[in-house]
Every structure is written in structure tokens, then in C-alpha cells.
Design a protein around this ligand. Structure first.
Ligand code: ZN
Ligand code: ZN
Ligand code: ZN
Ligand code: ZN
Length: 570
């Protein structure tokens, strides 16, 4: 290289200026029109004042100098990058150090130490990272990238989750947020299951890296599923609640995760219902927002459930209601050694020996086999063509799907998984449960639309006013003041005088533009998740509904479940 030329160039440019121009030259495609002026524009965007007087001519001179001096070109950079990644992978070296989300606690710097190497997954690849932890001598907290440990308990905070690109909640694996978003969007828009998502991901990743015969650095569907549940548990909790920190399982044990989530279910469900029932205060869907409740059942996702059909649930208004037991039956089948790698459906019985109904109780009902018995009539209403029979398959009980209530504007307000059949008292139980979670009844509509509104009406009014078996609480009296209508789709199958007149929504011209088939439309969306919904255990399936509806509502009302926190309705 000509040393004189080099000295001349360095009189005109600093080395850093040349490196910036070289980077732009390598990353801006050669075929782009008017390339120099684009480089100049980007240069001025990126740089401080000292490069403000650059001109196209100066850019051209810099490009010439770079060429002459033989800087790294695009292909060489790419080759070097591949070389580095291959080396790091083959030597199992860490690409990046993942540090605690805070550096200082109790006024002094944390004591840093290297914890372990983990595998991180991003949208196209996996790589190794080193987890650093920081220890505070003062308060004895141990900080990691997304959580801290205090008294052997693990907590996450807004701060620890919100701003982080990598989410690490313990164990040997972490996930970049871009991948978590891809997964959630694939579930929402492509109806992906965890099994097919991981297959697609691993296949793509391995074919890109010529790593076809190695399972190393592959996603595992069960781990990904557990992570997705845990991550949504965290973001969901911060979305609705105003707590500063949240306890998460201290280990990556599946049972611990399910048990901890289960403890929080009632509260999470209440926050969900209260927020969305009053969503108009934060986001109006337009002039038809929150005009009426629309309710429907979705019977297709039926799981095998415990055969204790007599199990009941107590409700303040209705008393004991027979709802059955939604737990997974405890069949005596041999489980494989490593249960965590099994698909949950493997636990279903496969031969006739298991058809014995006594073996199909859940573990809890087996140890407590004397349920309270409630006399409850099954209503078969042939007049209105409503089929409401309990479902038994080969002597085993299958669940009846879900009943849920939406607003006409497309927001899901609450749901209840049904174990037996869609009896009118189950619908009433669902509505009472829902109303109890809403903190301001004066802010919600007094209109319910349901395909069996006539039977609910007769059942409810008779027991509230004549038999007095329904307790006239504030909620019961609220429902008493509501109008009940049959949805337009099912109106034609109803022929009783009451159905044609009092329960007929067409007698209400003011509700003419209220969408009464919003649930049917949502059912056809839910149908895409049948495979998943039929295979979850009882505990998981209610969370899957909750998270799905949460993501759906957020999408419909332009909230970002990743970004929004503390969405208080009051
Ligand atoms: Zn401290
Ligand atoms: Zn709305
Ligand atoms: Zn049971
Ligand atoms: Zn009817």
C-alpha cells in the first residue's frame, strides 16, 4: 500500500469517519439509485455536528479511499461472521454475557459472579450465553437478568421484564422477546400449537445452519409451552394488577408452575372480567361499544374428565349447583419415565380395561369419594328445539366445552368451562359469577342475548319470585332488571308466544345494529384451537382460554400485552 496516499487520506478523514462510510457502503445495496446521497443522508442522521459539512463529493472521495485501502467488504464481513458463529457453536462458547437487571442495591454495587451457561433462542437461531448474577450483601438478594431471589423465593418486577430483550426465568434456557412475540402471534393468527411451532422452528433453523442431524440447541415443545404459560402469567398479572412484584416458581418444575398459577387464577380471572366489562372507559370500540352481553356455548373442545358428575359448586344466589368435576381422570396406565417429554394426550386410556368407570375418577375425587348429592332437574325443551343432554362416551365422561359471554363489540368478558351440559342453571351460574367480578354494575348494559334466553328467563323468574329458591341478592335483582333476548340466528327455531314477542330482539329497533352472532363468529376462530383445547389438563385449559381471550381482546382494542402495564379501570 502506498504510504503517502494513506497519509494524504488521513489528512482529510478520521479513521472513524472511514469506518462509518465503509459500514454504510457494505450495508446499503449496490444497486440502489443515487446511492451517494443516501449515504450522505444516513451519515448526517447518525453523526454529531463534526460531519455536518460533508458533501456528496466528500462521500465519493471517502468511498474511493476505502476501496484503495482495502477495507473489509460485505462478503468478507459475512464470511467472518459465519466463521465466528461456527467456532462459538463448536466450542460451546458463550456469545454474550447476560447481566442482572440492576447493578446497584441498598446503595452499593452488587457483587457480581458468573452463574452458568444457558441456551438462548431468537427468531432464527440458538446461541450460548453466560448468566451473571449480582448479590447484595446488605439485603441478601440475588439478582439475575429478569428476576431476583429473596429467602429462596423468586420474584419478577415490571422493570426486570419490560425493558429486557432476553427473558430468562431460570433453568438452562432463555428466549428473546422477538421469538416470544412470534410465538404469541403464531398462536393468535396461525392457530399454532406448541408441537407444530417447535417442529417448524427447529426444521428451519437446522436447515439454515446445515445442522440437520443434531438436536442440539433445538426448541422443546413442552419446555416452550411451560415458558409461554409462565411468561403470559407474568405479563398478564402486570397488565391488570398494580402490584410491583410477582412471585414465580423457584424451579422449572411443571407441577410447581401449575400449582402457583392455580393459586392466582380467581384473582386473575376477576381482574380480566372487571377490566373488559368496563373497557369502554379506556377504549371505545365505536357507537356500538358495550351495548349488550351476548352469550353462547362452544361444545367442541371436549376433554376426558373425572367421572364424579355429582360434584357441585356453591353460589350465593343459586345455592349448590351440580357442575361435575373437570379434573383429568387418573387412569392406571403406565407412564413413561420422563413424563415431561410426553404429550399430555398419551395419558388417555387405550384399551377396554380402562373403560371401567370407577378408574376414571380424578385423584382428588378418588381420595374423597362421597360427594354431596343435589336434586337437579334436566330440562329438555323440545318446544324450542334446544338439546341439553349430558355427554357420556363409552361410560366415560367427556367435558362439554365452554360457555362464554362477550360484548356485541367483540370483547370477551368471561367464560366458564362446562363439565356436564349447557343447562340453564349453568348459564345462570356463569352470569352470576361474571356479574360478581364487575365492580360497577351501573356502567354495564342490562341486556343479555342468548340462544336459550326463553328457558333461562322462565327458570330464573320462577325460582326468584315464586319458589324463592334463588336468593334475591343485589346481583340476582340486577339480572331481574335485565332484558333477555334470543339471538337473531336462533330466533326462527323458537315458536312459543313468549319467544316470538318478549324474547324477540326484533321488537327492539334500537338494537337493530347490535351484532348478536359475535359468539358464532368467535366460535369459528376458537375451533382452530380444538387440538390444543382437547388435550390440556383441567388446570392448563382454563389458563389457555384466559390467555387466548386476553390476547384476542388486546388485539381487538389495540392494547399491547407486551407494553401495557397497570391497566386500572378505576
Ligand atoms: Zn440490597
Ligand atoms: Zn367495546
Ligand atoms: Zn374429580
Ligand atoms: Zn324459545
Amino acid at each position: 500500500m502506498d504510504f503517502e496516499y494513506f497519509r494524504m487520506v488521513l489528512n482529510d478523514f478520521t479513521m472513524k469517519e472511514l469506518l462509518i462510510i465503509n459500514w454504510l457502503d457494505n450495508n446499503l445495496d449496490k444497486s440502489i439509485n443515487d446511492r451517494q446521497s443516501k449515504i450522505l443522508y444516513l451519515l448526517l442522521e447518525f453523526c454529531d455536528d463534526d460531519m455536518k459539512e460533508w458533501t456528496i463529493l466528500k462521500v465519493e472521495q471517502a468511498l474511493m479511499a476505502i476501496n484503495e485501502l482495502g477495507f473489509l467488504n460485505r462478503n468478507e464481513e459475512k464470511k467472518l461472521d459465519i466463521c465466528l458463529r461456527t467456532y462459538l457453536r463448536s466450542e460451546k462458547c458463550s456469545n454474550i454475557i447476560v447481566t442482572p437487571f440492576v447493578k446497584i442495591c441498598c446503595g452499593s454495587r452488587l457483587n457480581m459472579s458468573t452463574e452458568r451457561n444457558i441456551t438462548v433462542f431468537n427468531n432464527n437461531n440458538s446461541y450460548i450465553a453466560t448468566i451473571m448474577t449480582g448479590y447484595c450483601e446488605e439485603c441478601k438478594r440475588k439478582y439475575s437478568h429478569n428476576y431476583f431471589i429473596e429467602d429462596k423465593q423468586k420474584f419478577v418486577t415490571h422493570e426486570s421484564i419490560l425493558d429486557s430483550q432476553i427473558v430468562y426465568l431460570g433453568g438452562e434456557y432463555a428466549y428473546e422477546k422477538t421469538l416470544i412475540k412470534l410465538l404469541s402471534n403464531s398462536i393468535l393468527y396461525l392457530h399454532s400449537g406448541f408441537e407444530n411451532f417447535t417442529k417448524c422452528y427447529n426444521e428451519t433453523k437446522n436447515s439454515n445452519t446445515n445442522n440437520l442431524d443434531s438436536n442440539e440447541g433445538n426448541l422443546s415443545p413442552t419446555r416452550l409451552q411451560d415458558f409461554w404459560f409462565l411468561y403470559n402469567f407474568v405479563t398478564f398479572s402486570f397488565f391488570y394488577a398494580n402490584s410491583e412484584q410477582l412471585k414465580i416458581p423457584s424451579s422449572c418444575d411443571r407441577q410447581e408452575l401449575v400449582a402457583l398459577m392455580d393459586e392466582n387464577y380467581e384473582n386473575m380471572n376477576s381482574c380480566f372480567v372487571n377490566f373488559w366489562s368496563l373497557h369502554k372507559r379506556r377504549h371505545s370500540c365505536g357507537s356500538n361499544c358495550s351495548r349488550a352481553f351476548v352469550c353462547d356455548g362452544f361444545q367442541k373442545p371436549s376433554r376426558f374428565i373425572c367421572s364424579n358428575v355429582k360434584k357441585s359448586s356453591y353460589n350465593e344466589e343459586l345455592g349448590l349447583v351440580q357442575v361435575g368435576c373437570g379434573n383429568r381422570p387418573d387412569y392406571d396406565v403406565k407412564r413413561k419415565k420422563d413424563e415431561t417429554d410426553n404429550d399430555e394426550s398419551i395419558l388417555l386410556p387405550t384399551n377396554s380395561k380402562d373403560m371401567n368407570i370407577r378408574t376414571a375418577l380424578c385423584r382428588a375425587c378418588k381420595s374423597n369419594p362421597t360427594p354431596e348429592y343435589i336434586e337437579e332437574e334436566f330440562i329438555t325443551n323440545s318446544e324450542c328445539n334446544i338439546d341439553r343432554n349430558p355427554r357420556f362416551v363409552n361410560g366415560k365422561v367427556r367435558s362439554y366445552g365452554v360457555i362464554y359471554t362477550m360484548y356485541n363489540c367483540g370483547i370477551v368478558v368471561d367464560f366458564l368451562e362446562i363439565n356436564l351440559s349447557e343447562q340453564v342453571y349453568v348459564t345462570l351460574l356463569h352470569w352470576m359469577n361474571m356479574l360478581r367480578k364487575i365492580k360497577d354494575l351501573s356502567a354495564i348494559p342490562r341486556i343479555f342475548i342468548y340462544d336459550n334466553a326463553c328457558s333461562v328467563w322462565i327458570y330464573f323468574k320462577k325460582r326468584l319470585h315464586e319458589n324463592k329458591t334463588i336468593v334475591p341478592t343485589e346481583l340476582a335483582l340486577f339480572l331481574d332488571s335485565c332484558d333477555l333476548y334470543i339471538d337473531r340466528l336462533h330466533q326462527k327455531t323458537h315458536t312459543r308466544p313468549m319467544c316470538l314477542k318478549d324474547r324477540n330482539i326484533n321488537t327492539r329497533p334500537d338494537l337493530a345494529d347490535v351484532n348478536t352472532v359475535i359468539c358464532e363468529q368467535t366460535n369459528s376462530w376458537l375451533k382452530q384451537y380444538l387440538n390444543m383445547l382437547c388435550n390440556f389438563s383441567g388446570e392448563r385449559s382454563k389458563f389457555y382460554y384466559l390467555f387466548l381471550f386476553h390476547l384476542l381482546n388486546c388485539k381487538r382494542s389495540s392494547f399491547y400485552p407486551e407494553k401495557h402495564f397497570n391497566m386500572k379501570t378505576f
